[in-house]
Design a protein around this ligand. Structure first.
Ligand code: BTN
Length: 261
């Protein structure tokens, strides 16, 4: 285990990435962070990074696989000063936008497949697993797990891509991580200052398939609809062909594939 300290903040809160714990291999960086947290060892902005995960976890109980040493696998500990449970979608917006900003630095146009998958050219480049701990009505600690495909170029059976596949060049993972921390620190300011409209406006603009009639599936079966935005709580708003407007929670709707692997 290597610990790297980076000093670089002008804000009153220590920056994301001020402490980095690097691991060769771990079951899941989110699990590792949760264990350290329970012994009180992780402050806001601490990062657990691993070259390899043996039991990487994805959203909704799925797994996250990644070639050893090829990709960015990390968990960031966040301690919002004043965020209520009803405002937790702002965390999704903050993190998604940090990743979009990172891609822009590499001249890539990413979009956010609701709620927080990052897509480039109709393929998934990054996913996140956000696990919140709450005390009473506030979010006390957030484990923001991010998996970002960097130098892996084969994704058998998956509509996935990587930075190397898109850019045609090797990207040093640690350098990328430093740029990511910079981008996240910038977006964190908006969250920390409760500038939610700034986050929301930017998030809505980056939504994947927004304003484009597309194929979805819900409990009634496949249908054509158009993403028109999200609610303040993070529900997806879709206009259906018959002009009915519906709001969906995570488990209630699926995007139908536009791009076979
Ligand atoms: C998804 O799209 O399903 C979310 C994937 C999240 C993967 C990352 S990799 C680092 C962190 N540790 C985990 O076990 N999962 C997240």
């Amino acid at each position: 285990m290597a610990v790297v300290h980076v000093l670089m903040s002008s804000s009153d809160q220590v920056p994301i990435g001020h402490r980095i714990i690097r691991l060769d291999s771990v079951d899941s960086t989110n699990n590792y962070a949760a264990k350290l947290l329970s012994s009180g060892e992780l402050s806001h902005g601490s990062v657990i990074m691993a070259d390899e995960q043996t039991a990487g976890r994805g959203q909704r109980g799925s797994s996250w696989t990644s070639g050893a040493g090829e990709n960015l696998l990390l968990t960031i500990v966040l301690k919002p000063a004043n965020l209520s449970v009803s405002e937790q979608f702002r965390l999704t917006q903050f993190a998604s936008l940090g990743l979009i900003d990172l891609l822009a630095k590499y001249h890539l146009k990413g979009s956010i497949k609701w709620p927080n998958d990052i897509y480039v050219n109709d393929k998934k480049l990054s996913g996140m697993l956000i696990e919140n701990q709450v005390s009473s009505t506030s979010v006390s600690t957030v484990l923001l797990g991010i998996g970002l495909n960097v130098n892996q170029t084969e994704f058998p059976g998956l509509a996935a891509t990587s930075l190397q596949s898109e850019l045609g060049m090797f990207i040093p993972v640690m350098e990328l991580a430093m740029s990511l921390f910079f981008c996240l620190n910038e977006r964190w300011k908006a969250l920390d200052h409760r500038n939610f409209s700034e986050l929301d406006n930017a998030y809505q603009k980056q939504l994947y398939l927004r304003d484009m009639p597309s194929l979805f599936s819900d409990e009634t079966g496949p249908f054509t609809g158009t993403v028109i935005g999200t609610t303040e709580q993070g529900l997806l708003i879709i206009a259906r062909e018959n002009d009915e407007i519906r709001q969906y929670d995570l488990k209630e709707i699926q995007f139908m594939p536009r791009n076979d692997p």
